[in-house]
Design a binder for this molecule. Structure first.
Ligand code: PGA
Length: 254
């Protein structure tokens, strides 16, 4: 019942013109469609318009996502982007709570929760990230840590359509390190996330929410993650920067 999702997080890579070329390459690779898989591309803010134009002109089978948002409607918030600005440019998804934002920019669960509410009020689907550090994992506290993040990040959210909220479990020690979690590691935590969602939102909603794995996901290991019952796709960093490898991951998920 859950549609698989492959989402690309370009992070702070690709200038405007490089982003257009990458999006064009991806449109070409995926010209035969993506079957039942939802594909999302999340470029840096300044590339969003260029990628939106590629999607429109090439009728490309992927959706546009941002990497961050601010929760206020407008005003004196230098450097920030409002939800309405994303909607206006054609973005329908937005990553929030990435561990790089939590770490380097000190974002809190409370702020991530405000961002989710602001996005959902504007019809943008949050891709809300969670995940533990190596230290927490080595202490054996990873499930408890992530469950706590989920409770705080989803507090007070009203989810009626489960397709409108996505979670990405990204263990920090596996991001950009080449060190992947095993499919069993992913299922352990993602299964616990779904159980927590059931407690909060009830079985029907929780069974419809997509939960992605992220952290050195690539064409060679994506199939293994997808054999697990609660893993619905991947949030892909490094391997989303080449059209062929990202498209290969989409095809492996079809
Ligand atoms: P990675 O990044 O695939 O390069 O490990 C994943 C992410 O941080 O979203």
């Amino acid at each position: 019942m859950r549609k698989r999702m492959i989402a690309g997080n370009w992070k702070m890579n690709e200038t405007y013109s490089e982003g257009v070329v990458l999006a064009q390459g991806l449109a070409k690779e995926l010209a035969d469609g993506t079957g039942d898989v939802d594909v999302v591309v999340c470029p840096p803010a300044v590339d969003l318009k260029g990628v939106a134009e590629v999607i429109e002109h090439e009728d490309a089978p992927f959706a546009l996502g941002a990497q961050n948002v601010y929760w206020e409607e407008k005003g004196a918030y230098t450097g920030e982007t409002a939800p309405d600005m994303l909607t206006n440019i054609g973005a329908t998804y937005c990553i929030i709570g990435h561990s790089e934002r939590r770490g380097y920019f000190h974002e809190t669960d409370e702020e991530i929760n405000k961002k989710a509410k602001a996005l959902m009020a504007h019809g943008i689907v949050p891709i809300s990230c969670c995940g533990e550090s190596l230290e927490v994992r080595e202490a054996g506290k990873h499930v408890e840590f992530v469950v706590d993040q989920i409770k705080k990040d989803t507090e007070g959210l009203e989810i009626t359509d489960p397709a409108k909220y996505v979670i990405a479990y990204e263990p920090i020690w596996a991001i950009g390190t080449g060190k992947t979690a095993t499919a069993d590691d992913a299922q352990e935590v993602i299964g616990a996330i779904r159980a927590t969602l059931k407690e909060i939102f009830g079985d029907e909603v929780a069974d419809g929410i997509r939960i992605l794995y992220g952290g050195s996901a690539k064409p060679e290991n994506i199939a293994g993650f997808l054999t697990k019952e609660d893993v619905d796709g991947a949030l892909v960093g490094g391997a989303s920067l080449k059209a062929e490898s990202f498209a290969a991951m989409v095809k492996a998920s079809m």
